[in-house]
Write a protein that binds this ligand. Sequence first.
Ligand code: ZN
Length: 243
Amino acid sequence: MSGTATAATQYVCLTCGYNMIGGCPDTCPFCGAGRDRIITQEECAKRFRVHATLVTKGVTRLMSQPALGYEHAAYRVETPARNFWIDCPCLFDETLDPVDVITFTHKDFMGASNLYRDRFRAQVWINEQDADHPLARSFPVDRAFSGDFSGDGLEAHHVGGHSPGFTVYMAGSVLFVCDLLYFRGERLIFNPYGPKRPTRDAGKSLAKLLETQDRAFSHVCDVHEATPFGQWHDAFARLLESF
Ligand SMILES: [Zn+2]
């Protein structure tokens, strides 16, 4: 399947950004938008660009401009051994620098990972519990991992919650939480779109995990933005106190 997908035959939902491999359905399987909201990646490339913003040394945020659908941040992490992306842009932008591994926090943001995988001969990694989800199943995966792992400057910690396989990452001084929790104004909230109690439990697991870290974090990268760690951690403490 991955060998045959191209930007001309892969479809993207303008409402949510979901990629449809190998054909155009009548409605978007992710958000339900109609056929008039679905275009090819080739057409997308004429209207959008992936914009890279430096977070800190070795970490860059990738987002489409203008926003493509719901839009989410993916992050590029450069280590001496490998270039990783954590999550993947929905737009297939052929001008981006090569990546070695695209690894996911969860199943919702697989974007155009199949096309980038082909272009860069990259590997795609995701937790095995998310790889089997109907919305993820059509995307090629090279490593369906379980639990935690670390190597080449990246640490993965399985916390579950918003999705069964939800995984947070650490690289150097940066923590990556995607949409397990994010800011609404000044306040951090748990992702409300999913199982509420498991998502809160994942937050508590994350708090325990952070207590065991003796590194000094500088930033927390989420689905929208990067926040200085101190500011994020204060908001996280207030969120946990509210439960
Ligand atoms: Zn959609």
